[in-house]
Design a protein around this ligand. Structure first.
Ligand code: PLP
Length: 387
């Protein structure tokens, strides 16, 4: 039996909670990305591994030809293990440890996205010790706001990320004294779950101003990395399961002024994997409260933390019931009041052992799972395995 996109009978043999990844949707998404980015000369897309590093998912993304955006040594290892070529690996992050920098140097990765002069000096020293020159891009904090949750904006002056526009000249001045780092790019990222193309256009305008300023100093870099951030439709996962990549890439093509053969790099996470994943959980108990009823499920905030962390909305469906709709607070078993997936959610009438799908959970879901309450980590299965 299939209900919607889910092979429910197969699910009955799998220990809940678990993540289910629809690989056909993932491949459709990747095909759209490569087609739409391919319309423009020099557009190169990297996948932000932080969104989901499941070992069955990564090779599918690598096969589509995307590069990898990593924010830790562990992610560099995961990318290499999945077969991403080192010359398509970018390493970002505000606090890179020496061993992580050395890992990047040893593998000759494409570029380090650097966030401070202090970091530049350390990379220079470690590269010198290996007789190498590291390729670096400067992460600039463009002080551009984005219409998204305050916890996932990154490009405002108050955020910890990047080098401010004011400090940029001084940082550029430090390069002649650091012969083991080569400035090859500028890097930006203004936040996540952005659906208003105007935010990306605002970023382009800021980059244009900055490049014009650098041009007066005869500084021109090989590539501009505009980060990621394209959002997905959490309210209606079936309405447009593949995000509007056509509008996204067209926006950058229209608004970003490029110099010479400059390439444009993207680091998309959520938009690549968000809609292909669902967290499948089982109803343990229906509990009648005084004002409401609770569906207590076996998944908790340890398996999917976004609702507790960002008050994020995920659509929830009962995939084993056709009974009339009723309202439930869907809650997990963790000993925290914030362990709530949704309040007053309309579900087909639920009973013990029903399966619920918590949708749009492919990004920042499984990868953020924790063992709090000594719980086992959830496993991830693909539609290739479960049919
Ligand atoms: C530097 C950087 N690049 C890319 C991403 C991926 O963002 P998204 O999943 O919104 O595309 C992030 C997310 O936090 C990031 O910090």
């Amino acid at each position: 039996m299939m209900k919607g996109i889910f092979p429910v009978e197969k699910f009955r043999n799998v220990q809940t909670p678990f993540y289910y990844y629809d690989t056909k949707l993932l491949r459709d998404t990747l095909n759209t990305i490569t087609r739409e980015a391919g319309r423009y000369e020099g557009f190169q897309v990297h996948y932000a591994i932080k969104a989901n590093a499941n070992e069955k998912i990564l090779p599918i993304i690598r096969e589509a030809g995307l590069g990898a955006d990593c924010v830790s040594g562990g992610e560099i290892r995961a990318a290499l293990q999945a077969g991403f070529p080192a010359d398509k690996i970018v390493f970002a992050g505000v606090g890179k440890a020496d061993w992580e920098i050395n890992l990047g140097l040893d593998n000759d990765i494409f570029c380090f996205n650097v966030e401070s002069v202090a970091e530049l000096e350390v990379i220079n020293g470690l590269a010198e010790a290996k007789g190498k020159t590291a390729r670096v891009a400067l992460r600039i904090n463009p002080d551009v706001g984005a219409h998204t949750h305050a916890h996932i904006t990154t490009g405002r002056a108050e955020n910890k990320f990047g080098i401010s526009m004011e400090q940029l000249d001084a940082v550029v001045d430090s390069f002649p004294a650091l012969p083991h780092v080569q400035l090859v790019g500028l890097h930006f990222h203004i936040g996540s779950q952005i659906l208003d193309m105007g935010d990306f256009a605002a970023l382009c305008n800021r980059i244009n101003e900055l490049q014009a300023r650098l041009a007066t100093r005869r500084i021109m870099v090989e590539h501009i990395n505009v980060g990621g951030g394209l959002g997905i439709d959490y309210q209606h996962p079936n309405r447009q399961p593949v995000p509007d990549f056509a509008a996204y890439f067209a926006c950058y093509n229209k608004h970003l002024r490029r110099y010479g053969q400059q390439t444009v790099h993207f680091e998309l996470g959520r938009a690549v994997v968000g809609q292909c994943g669902s967290l499948i959980t089982q109803v343990l108990y229906i509990k009648q409260g005084t004002q409401k009823q609770f569906a207590i499920v076996d998944a908790g905030m340890t398996d999917l933390i976004r609702p507790a962390l960002y008050q994020a909305y995920h659509k929830i469906e009962n995939i084993t019931s056709e009974r009339p709709m009723e309202a439930y607070d869907v809650v997990g078993p963790i000993c925290e009041s914030s362990d709530v997936f949704g309040k007053a959610i309309d579900l087909n009438g639920a009973s013990r052992h029903d399966l619920l799908a918590i949708r749009s959970a492919g990004a920042y879901g499984e990868i953020m799972a924790s063992g709090y309450n000594c719980r086992p980590l959830p496993k991830g299965y693909t539609s290739d395995e479960l049919g």
